[in-house]
Design a protein around this ligand. Sequence first.
Ligand code: UDP
Ligand code: MN
Length: 257
Amino acid sequence: AVEDQAFVTLATTDAYCMGALVVGKSLRRHGTSRRTVVMVSPNVSLEARRPLESVFDEVVQVDVLDSGDRAHLSWLGRPELGVTFTKLHCWTLVRYRKCVFLDADTLVMCNVDELFEREELSAAPDPGWPDCFNSGVFVFRPSFDTHTRLLEHAAQHGSFDGGDQGLLNSFFSDWAVTDIRRHLPFVYNLSANAFYTYLPAFHRYGHGAKIVHFLGGAKPWHSCSNPPANQDSRSQLDQYLSLWWAEHHSQSPPTVR
Ligand code: UDP
Ligand code: MN
């Protein structure tokens, strides 16, 4: 049933809410039949929440410090994992049977509902180290048991990169070798700023981009909303940024349901 499946994103600051809003609008523009959920932390302002409420089916407030003793202790021991722990909250959305997590710095380019045919944990290779998956887009099954085990894993082993990607890769450590169906095609998590590392492949396959990911320090909401006018000289990244800003300025598309 489509009602027990959801796209999930996360914003712990007002700036990331700008990204989350674009994720929600782009999902709706392309007519998803699934629910949409955004997790926000308590510090997010009302002004930033209100537009999210008109675009997403659910705005869920998550607070790592309220999530029980075990999580509390883990949090106190490793404060640097704060945002990571917040992302792990997606596993507690147990009213959904299956979900797709999307980072707030992604842009959906077409309908990607077929992702729900995949199993936990499905994700695309990281462009920097393809034996690791990139945690900006992944398919998962909400479960309190998995959530608890992830927190325990974090408290015991930390994260080799200090974030959720290191933690999730060491928890789902057989991803690289066990089941090729859990490898999402790269076009489901196309790094907006790394495609040029293999330009001929980008020219061959880039037009099939399904989800663009603005990973790294420079987020779209920090960028100029009016890139240079000369179309020919615009880099591919500038074109993705223009698409992001167009979605940002767009009216919220009507719900299809
Ligand atoms: N995030 C957030 N607040 C932060 C940092 C991260 O809400 O201060 C969330 C947001 O959904 C973001 C995700 O965590 O997309 C992962 O962080 P980011 O995208 O910045 O990492 P990158 O993809 O650049 O490695
Ligand atoms: Mn990201």
